[in-house]
Design a protein around this ligand. Structure first.
Ligand code: PHE
Length: 357
């Protein structure tokens, strides 16, 4: 028994891995192991001999089993130590610049626009991108037969074959948020609503998904003059200049009366887009006085309240401000483009900081 003990205790101590330990376990205390075979001999012993050998063999078996368990634990600890050493990582180091993401120009410009209008007392509102036909069209005085529905290149959602209700749409503009906000808050109200909108259109200045900011101001005596002042203040603050030239063109929208489209002077010379100079105009927004029927759809009494609304293309003014010639590149997820045109994540736009930095 002493020989067995000495043999296995030293073999276990020398074992270099778990497989060796398992072999040793089988050899010593497995069914046909050396210690087990000795135990079978007990039956042939006299009761006196058995009384001594039995407990001794059991003790030996226990001793080998606990040596095996202790060694197994030690091997596991050593393996973990080794892994921790080789996979060591200093989490307090700053991230490598190359791996830092950037803020997309659309996100940056949305923040900038929000900051300027927030300063004029506008609150931020939101609405769903999948919109009912009523909110996107009817409530905005665009009835079923109206040509504006066709002009908008609307994406329609699918309906079950036997369901003849009008299909939902991907909202074609942020104007449905006007209705939702009026219904929710009533008058007076002053909100802007930034978000994604969708139209089936694709070229250098159009993508099927793009971004707008809706503006809405309703009170007892709000006029076109207030609209013009707000937009001019906005454009000056946003482009960080005193002399941006705007052009108000008489226009038509079913949801405003009168209506005006606003263009901004720019140049495309040499393939770079510059704002405030040149002989070209880029349309950046539609606007007008909210139509009485739209106020009614929003549960506001048109005999008591009036106001203006506008819808501004965020991507358009991002192109203008940051000289980005092709809108399609905005949504290509090309890392080189994102690094070139993106913004540092800690530079939050503020008015006192001049918005962009
Ligand atoms: N919803 C219009 C569009 O997307 C823009 C607009 C908004 C015009 C509000 C007037 C008033 O073209």
């Amino acid at each position: 028994m002493d020989d067995l003990r000495e043999k296995y205790i030293s073999l276990i101590a020398e074992a270099a891995d778990e497989a060796t330990l398992e072999d040793l376990r089988v050899q010593a205390v497995g069914k046909k192991g050396e210690v087990s075979l000795q135990m079978r001999e007990l039956g042939r012993m006299s009761p006196e001999e058995r009384q001594v050998a039995g407990p001794a063999l059991n003790a030996l078996k226990d001793e080998i089993n606990s040596a095996l368990a202790a060694k197994k634990q030690a091997l596991g600890d050593a393996a973990l130590d080794e892994r921790l050493r080789s996979e060591w990582l200093d989490v307090t180091l700053p991230a490598r610049i190359r791996r830092q993401g950037t803020i997309h120009p659309v996100s940056q410009v949305t923040e900038e626009v929000t900051a300027v209008f927030a300063d004029m007392g506008f609150a931020v509102a939101e609405g769903p991108q999948i919109e009912s036909d009523w909110y996107n069209f009817d409530a905005l005085n665009i009835p079923g037969h109206h040509p504006a529905r066709a002009e908008m290149d609307t994406f329609y959602m699918a309906r079950a074959k036997d369901d003849d209700r009008p299909p939902h749409v991907l909202r074609t503009h942020t104007s449905p948020v006007q209705i939702r906000s009026m219904q929710e808050h009533g008058a007076p109200i002053r909100i802007i609503a930034p978000g994604r909108v969708y139209r089936a259109d694709y070229d250098q200045t159009h993508t099927p998904m793009f971004h707008q900011v809706e503006g809405l101001a309703i009170d007892r005596d709000i006029s076109m003059a207030n609209l013009k002042w707000c937009l001019e203040e906005f454009v000056k603050a946003f482009f960080e200049v005193d002399d941006v030239e705007l052009r108000f063109r008489a226009s038509h929208f079913p949801f405003t009366e009168p209506s005006a489209e606003v263009d901004i002077r720019c140049s495309w010379e040499g393939g770079t887009l510059k704002v405030g100079e040149g002989d070209d105009w880029l349309e950046i927004l539609g606007s007008g006085m909210v139509h009485p029927k739209v106020l009614e759809a929003g549960k506001i009494d048109p005999n008591e309240w009036q106001g203006f609304a506008f819808g501004l293309g965020i991507d358009r003014i991002a192109m203008l401000k940051y000289g980005i010639p092709d809108l399609r590149a905005f949504f290509d997820s090309d890392l080189r483009w994102l690094r070139h045109y993106g913004f540092a994540s800690l530079d939050v736009p503020t008015l006192h900081g001049g918005l962009s930095r």
